[in-house]
Structure formats: structure tokens, C-alpha cells
Write a protein that binds this ligand. Structure first.
Ligand SMILES: [Fe+2]
Ligand SMILES: [Fe+2]
Length: 198
């Protein structure tokens, strides 16, 4: 696709940047998320090109050290709240949106938010944000115990997929003694009445 619609680089150069910033496994994951995001976008009414682009770059800062991710966030003038500071897994998403805006000249707010919230989720997500959140959880190489189930559920209903996904994530955070944070809490609350029908 023409990634220059959304950033300063053509697709092959963008992929070279990604390859330089992450290992092979994460690069493959990024390609898989992009591909899965297109499928979900077409099915649920997001822009497939934006979905591909956002999927491709969503983990662009995951390969750098956590301290660097946090430093990028602080340099941007963002003061993370206490829960975010306790959750290094969230930092690459926030840093990724900062990198996308400043280094790749991405200006589309929906794309930036899809990157920014792909790990935590949040309340009132746009369709693109939902698509990237679930594409990340259900990309082709994902093989956690419920991956296949979550993938099939998401193919049937994006909202049921999110309801299942966010409950699973919340449970996992609880088991690991980590805070859910206000954004994941908001998503959990928004979806608390969504019934999973299978
Ligand atoms: Fe991520
Ligand atoms: Fe990811």
C-alpha cells in the first residue's frame, strides 16, 4: 500500500525502519497484525489502509529498552500516572505514538490513538482502535491457550471479542499483581454487559 498517505516513508523504507528496530519475531508479528487488521477493518467498517498502516507500526517502540520508552514519554511532557509507571508493558504503546508522530510524521489522530491505546484499550474506542486492539490479540502467530477461541469469537463479533479479550487481560493482570489502570478499567466497565454468546 501507499504508506506515504499516512507517514513520510514509502512502505519498503518503513519496513526497513521496523526491521532495524525489532527482532524477526516481532517484525513477523507486526506484519501479521497489519494483515489481520485489514481483515477486521473490512468486516467491521474501519479504513483498511489505515488499519494496515497502524497494525504495521503499532509495536515500533517495543524493541527498545523500557527505560528509553519511559524517557520518550517524559520528554514529550507526559507525566504517567502511578498505575502506568507500575506497568512497563504499556510504555511501548505510548512511546510508539510519540515516535510515529515525530519521527514518521504521522498526523492522523485515529492512527496515533490506535497505536497509543493498543495495549491498554480505553473507553469509547473508535472502530480503528478496536480493530488494532483485537488484531494485536488475535494475529496469526498468537498461540496463547485461548488464541484460537478469541480469534473465532472476534470474527463473529468485534464487541464480543473485545469483551472476552479485556476480561482475559484484566484477569491476567490481577494474577500477576499488576494494576489494570484507568483505561483498561474504563474498557472493562464499558463492556461489562456484553454477553459472550458462544
Ligand atoms: Fe504492543
Ligand atoms: Fe503487538
Amino acid at each position: 500500500m501507499d504508506t506515504k498517505k499516512f507517514c513520510s516513508l514509502p512502505e519498503e523504507e518503513l519496513k526497513a525502519v521496523l526491521r532495524g528496530r525489532m527482532n524477526e519475531h516481532r517484525f513477523e508479528h507486526s506484519l501479521n497484525v497489519a494483515e489481520r487488521a485489514v481483515f477486521l477493518a473490512e468486516k467491521y467498517g474501519a479504513d483498511p489502509e489505515k488499519a494496515y498502516f497502524a497494525g504495521l507500526i503499532h509495536d515500533i517502540c517495543k524493541g527498545i529498552p523500557s527505560e528509553e520508552q519511559l524517557a520518550m514519554i517524559k520528554a514529550e511532557g507526559i507525566e504517567p500516572d502511578e498505575d502506568t509507571l507500575k506497568s512497563p508493558a504499556l510504555w511501548h504503546s505510548i512511546a510508539g505514538a510519540i515516535y510515529a508522530e515525530h519521527e514518521l510524521c504521522v498526523s492522523d489522530e485515529d492512527v496515533l490513538n490506535a497505536v497509543r491505546y493498543h495495549t491498554s484499550g480505553r473507553g469509547n474506542m473508535s472502530i480503528l482502535e478496536k480493530v488494532i486492539y483485537m488484531a494485536d490479540l488475535t494475529s496469526a502467530e498468537r498461540n496463547y491457550p485461548d488464541a484460537e477461541y478469541t480469534r473465532n469469537l472476534t470474527d463473529k463479533s468485534l464487541d464480543e471479542g473485545i469483551a472476552y479479550g479485556v476480561r482475559w487481560i484484566a484477569g491476567d493482570l490481577e494474577r500477576r499483581g499488576l494494576p489494570k489502570g484507568k483505561d483498561t478499567e474504563a474498557l472493562l466497565k464499558e463492556y461489562e454487559n456484553v454477553k459472550i454468546t458462544e
